[in-house]
Design a binder for this molecule. Structure first.
Ligand SMILES: OC[C@H]1O[C@H](O[C@H]2O[C@H](CO)[C@@H](O)[C@H](O)[C@H]2O)[C@H](O)[C@@H](O)[C@@H]1O
Length: 662
């Protein structure tokens, strides 16, 4: 964590970054004041800042003390995704406030699926705002903006404006506008262009000495064309009232989070997780990304580097479960809206993931010119998993609609389940009836060939089960006798072929003696009781054989067709917490939850995996999966504690406690 003088800055720990966003995109800000990852204006736009994936070539936008070695420390402003980085020395202290203005966090009038969101509802541009203010003494501050368009593949050209209060950075496809507000009041202010060693990208450098009470505001926006970006530099950005936008943005986040009705343990962690998840929603269409980054490695120096800036049906529906726990329903409405507008002719045609505007083509490419985080290559954009067959997604989609119905959301939003939505559900259930016996690539998207994954079969059972319940409870048209027979057949098949009596555990796939943490979901989806002896022994086997020395859980240890190792999966460890809690092993559950929670970064954010041995976060960041699971586990602990209280206290007191819960 160093200041501007440290020119050879390399890779910071993944979970040391803060994230800010506007529900169109999100950028990562390091504790030394640098935006090292940024795809603007949308999550899937080519990155203009990618120092995170190539410390030498990658662009960044850093505002920090000119003198090196003044450490920055970060925090979020209460109840928001507005980030502050504080730099303090003996001579002075400056505070950097970073945010992306939001108009509203409630449901949008959804736009066409195929648009990039260059402008906001009121016609102004989406932007990133950074305000640096001296709160004590004085400090010299440097801003360095190195824009590297198209993941640093395209060259950029810089033009400073006449007063040196802004800059236009253009390239073949992307045009960036920078405006600096407040500089004309500061005599020490200067700005120049600095050539870098690699000539493709120069940097805009501004310097100023700030005294107590003085401040500068930097706004960066994207123009669809060089001409529109020039207009942003000259007209729009210098005249927008960003103080009012900051107040509005803070209010929007705080109003949104105040809608949570969570009253259980670890409320601060749950709140941060909820705010992180909301950041991953794409307001114009209702889609939800798995994470706002690509290629943060699952093994340092390894090849397991994937692009997560897309919408997996699985990850998104899991996100909605977590929102549901907190009492948020609008996100599910927005997502089901997105879901209904996806293009697919039948179950075969339904992809497991789509782009945020419903794009089907997510062709995976390797960016050979980037060296990768800590040398982890290849850097990939696009994701080949989109072409995989993963049978679990049918259960996840049907379960999500089931949850939406159970929440009373159809009534709340004046919608109905019959009609086109029910036709879609029936089509998916019928597809599962025909295809559940086929092998697939499974929840973990293995690249080593198709198998009969137990979790996939269980989710086929879930698809049938939720379809049957909807048909029965809503008197909807369906071939119920057939559905019921197949549901029961799937269950019997799993219990015979998916449980290994010698091992004493549900296995990863049929006829294979390996353990798989996805089976921890079986009681969570209602397939089996958490106290069924087969489930209890599966949990014990997982604890014995699928954990590291900290008790954190690996997804599996079997071959998956890829080179290299990986860390423990945070979502899987939280699933273990859930199982322990549901079994009444509350002390073990609590202690595991707390151990795992201590591996979040200082801001409470998690990536996908943990290498506890080296105290390192691994994988894309922040990752929805982990934050979803944290919320669910905190809630399962809450429920387990209530159950314990009921058993161990006076029944009257227990009843009073129960009443207090939402
Ligand atoms: O391990 C191989 C696979 O890893 C990624 O998939 C993982 O992330 C997805 C998004 O969060 C999640 O849905 C999946 O369950 C995880 O295994 C990657 O996206 C795949 O391309 C890759 O094959």
């Amino acid at each position: 964590m160093v200041g501007m003088n440290e020119l050879n800055r390399t890779y910071l720990p993944i979970n040391s970054y803060g994230v800010i966003g506007d529900c169109h995109s999100a950028v990562l800000v390091s504790p030394d004041g640098s935006v090292d990852w940024g795809c603007l204006p949308d999550f899937d736009s080519p990155a203009i800042f990618c120092r995170l994936l190539d410390a030498e070539q990658g662009g960044y936008f850093q505002i920090a003390p000119t003198e090196g070695n003044i450490p920055g420390s970060q925090r979020y402003l209460r109840g928001s995704n507005v980030l502050q980085t504080r730099f303090a020395s003996i001579a002075g202290e400056v505070v950097l406030t970073d945010f992306m203005p939001v108009e509203t966090l409630s449901a949008w009038p959804y736009q066409a699926m195929n648009n990039n969101t260059w402008t906001r509802e009121d016609g102004s541009c989406h932007c990133m705002v950074r305000i640096v203010e001296c709160v004590h003494g004085e400090m010299s501050v440097t801003m360095r903006l190195k824009v590297t368009p198209n993941y640093a593949a395209d060259a950029s050209k810089i033009e400073l404006n006449a007063q040196h209060l802004g800059a236009l950075i253009t390239s073949e496809q992307q045009n960036v506008a920078l405006a600096i507000v407040g500089a004309s009041l500061l005599p020490s202010y200067s700005m120049h262009v600095e050539q870098n060693e690699l000539p493709k990208h120069a940097s805009v450098v501004a310097q100023v000495t700030l005294r107590e009470g003085e401040r500068l505001l930097f706004a960066v926006g994207m123009g669809r064309t060089a001409r529109s970006a020039r207009r942003l530099v000259e007209e729009e950005l210098p005249t927008r009232n960003f103080d009012a936008e900051l107040a509005h943005t803070l209010h929007a986040w705080r109003t949104w989070i105040a809608g949570s009705n969570y009253q259980g343990p670890y409320a601060d962690k749950v709140e941060r997780s909820a705010l992180a998840l909301k950041l991953m929603t794409y307001a114009p269409t209702g889609a939800i990304v798995a994470a706002p980054t690509t290629s943060l490695p699952e093994h340092l120096g390894g090849v397991r580097n994937w692009d997560y800036r897309f919408t997996w049906l699985r990850d998104a529906t899991f996100t909605l479960y977590a929102f549901n726990v907190l009492g948020f329903t609008e996100e599910a409405r927005a997502f089901t809206h997105w879901l209904r507008r996806l293009s697919y002719a039948n179950g075969e045609d339904l992809q497991i993931m789509y782009g945020i505007r419903g794009e089907r083509d997510l062709t995976e490419k390797e960016l050979y010119h980037l060296s990768g985080y800590g040398g982890s290559r290849p850097v990939r954009v696009g994701n080949g998993a989109a072409e995989q067959k993963q049978m679990d997604v049918f259960g996840e989609v049907l379960d999500c609609i089931h949850m939406y119905r159970r929440q009373g959301s159809f009534e709340r939003y004046g919608e109905t389940l019959d009609g086109p939505l029910w036709s879609m559900m029936r089509m998916l259930v019928d597809y599962v009836c025909e295809h559940w016996q086929e092998p697939d690539s499974g929840i973990w998207e293995v690249r080593g060939g198709l198998r009969h994954f137990v979790y996939s079969k269980v989710m086929c059972w879930v698809a049938l089960d939720r379809g049957i319940r909807a048909a029965e409870q809503m008197a909807l048209e369906a071939d119920l006798p057939r559905w019921i027979a197949i549901r029961d057949q799937i269950r019997a098949d799993i219990l015979i072929n998916g449980y290994d009596t010698n091992l004493g555990a549900f296995t990863q796939s049929y006829g294979n003696g390996s353990l798989d943490a996805s089976n921890l979901l079986l009681p969570l989806v209602g397939f089996i009781s958490p106290n069924d002896p087969r489930m209890r022994s599966t949990v014990d086997r997982i604890i014995e054989n699928l954990t590291d020395e900290h008790g954190f859980v690996y997804r599996y240890l079997s071959d998956d067709g890829l080179e290299g190792e990986e860390g423990t999966f945070a979502i899987c460890t939280f699933w273990l917490v859930d199982n322990l809690a549901m079994q009444g092993r509350v002390d073990e559950a609590r202690s595991l939850f707390e151990r795992l929670a201590s591996y979040a970064g200082r801001l409470g954010l998690f990536s996908e995996e943990i290498d506890a041995r080296n105290n390192a976060a691994l994988g894309n960041y922040p990752q929805a999966f982990t934050h979803i699971a944290l919320i669910n586990s905190a809630n399962n602990l809450r429920k387990a504690e209530i159950r314990m209280a009921e058993h161990h206290t006076d029944p009257v007191i227990a009843a009073i406690r129960l009443q207090k819960q939402p």
